[in-house]
Design a protein. Structure first.
Ligand code: ADP
Length: 408
């Protein structure tokens, strides 16, 4: 090929590249102007932002076009709008399906006609006073579903009621509870026997002294500790399923929480001494009585104290205090132990939840059920339980029970 032809071809190619680059730069400049971004912005980021903006614009258009009714129909929950006389003004398709009504039949009905009982109406009346209310009801009739309802008052008048079917969820929860209950019952008898045998063996090994090698005595001791844990776990599981099915409280009488706290601390004194923890009780003068089951309340305090000692691996003081506060008596257990991380504070009251299985020595480990049981017991007394804590500084677990005679 002629050199002049080659030069010409190279020039044409370079020109093409330059024009393409110029066009690309112009397009990018347009993109940047549209996005109001500086020229130092990475083009890849610019294009990603453009895409985001396009989808946001699409969403805005979609939201503008979105019809409230179409939205309500797309839900799996039943949605009702009711007027201040508690008559249904609007109802979506799922509401008709869940309440087994033909399409449109709900409009104009009262809540009693719709749900075939008075509970939904009572819930709406509560929402009328308090702004919102939540409850679970069983719809009457053959195969009537269990529904969770949330009612919310609308400032301009009327209420929204949103409800969903929890029949299947409750059935599965029931199966789980029965399964845990049956399994725990089956395990309890043989485990108690093994635990008693392990205890006897430990005693006999102690009496035998040097006749039994140290390593063997050590192993026997470990068997005793571990079977003790298993027995405790099984007992706590049984306790929890009993409490969850509503049968927790025994004798309900007037209770002096100061006395209960003192007795509970005595039960824990030996354990505290062994861990090098100094245990103290502070009861204010003239603390009013509460109405409750003294054994169950004692169980809560023992559990909180046990945790406080257990999670104070370096020793340190642990105290239980009882004082009156407004309409309630507040019992607080304070320690200067490992503390509870912020993220775990709500979760520690769930069953089986443990912050960190490696934080505490094996012998002091637990089941993760104690706080779940405690919360149930306190709630069954109409009270509440909570924790304040700083990691590495310590924790205060408190519960408040309404003063006897003031409980609503
Ligand atoms: P368990 O003590 O058997 O593990 P709990 O339900 O009593 O079960 O407690 C759940 C978890 O909450 C514990 O595993 C621990 O992580 C945390 N926790 C409870 N009490 C304390 C405490 N006083 N200090 C620090 N962490 C605690």
């Amino acid at each position: 090929m002629e050199p002049s032809v080659i030069t010409f071809a190279v020039l044409v190619t370079l020109g093409g590249v330059a024009i393409a680059a110029w066009r690309m730069r112009k397009r990018l400049a347009r993109v940047r102007r549209g996005l109001d971004i500086g020229s130092d912005r990475d083009p890849v980021l610019a294009i990603a932002a453009l895409r985001d903006r396009a989808s946001q614009a699409e969403m805005e258009v979609a939201a503008r076009d979105l019809d409230g009714e179409a939205f309500a129909e797309a839900l799996v929950q039943g949605v009702l709008f009711i007027d201040d006389e508690l008559r249904i003004v609007r109802a979506n398709g799922p509401a008709h399906e869940l309440l087994k009504k033909s399409t449109g039949a709900l409009v104009g009905q009262s809540l009693i006609e719709a749900f075939l009982n008075t509970e939904a109406e009572a819930l709406a009346r509560t929402a009328s006073g308090e702004g919102s209310a939540t409850g679970e009801i069983a719809v009457s009739g053959p195969d009537g579903p269990r529904l969770v309802l949330r009612a919310r008052r609308v400032p301009s008048g009327g209420f929204w009621i949103v409800f969903e079917d929890v029949t299947e969820l409750r059935r599965l929860q029931q199966i789980r509870t029965e399964f845990i209950d049956n399994l725990s019952h089956e395990l309890r008898t043989p485990l108690t026997t093994v635990s008693l045998l392990a205890e006897t063996l430990t005693r006999e090994a102690e009496v035998a002294g040097d006749a039994i090698p140290l390593r063997m005595r050590d192993r026997i001791g470990k068997i005793e500790v571990e079977t003790g844990h298993l027995v405790q776990m099984v007992n706590e599981l049984l306790d929890l399923s009993r409490i969850e099915s509503g049968g927790a409280l025994g004798v309900v009488e007037l209770v002096d929480l100061g006395d209960v706290a003192t007795t509970s601390a005595e039960r824990l004194r030996l354990f505290a001494d062994r861990q090098g923890v100094e245990l103290s009780v502070e009861v204010d003068a003239h603390v009013p009585q509460v109405r409750g089951d003294a054994d169950r309340l004692g169980q809560v305090i023992v559990n909180l104290l046990h945790n406080a000692v257990k999670f104070s691996p370096d020793g340190g003081p642990v105290s239980v205090s009882v004082r009156s506060d407004g309409d309630s008596v507040v019992t607080a257990v304070a320690d200067q132990g490992v503390g509870v991380p912020r993220a775990a504070r709500d979760r520690i009251f769930e069953r089986f939840y443990k912050v960190d299985r490696a934080r505490v020595r094996g012998e002091a480990g637990g089941t993760g059920l104690g706080l779940a049981i405690s919360r149930h017991i306190i709630e069954q007394h109409g009270g509440r339980i909570w924790v304040e804590s700083t990691e590495g500084v310590g924790s205060i677990f408190s519960f408040a029970i309404p003063i006897a005679g003031l409980a609503g």
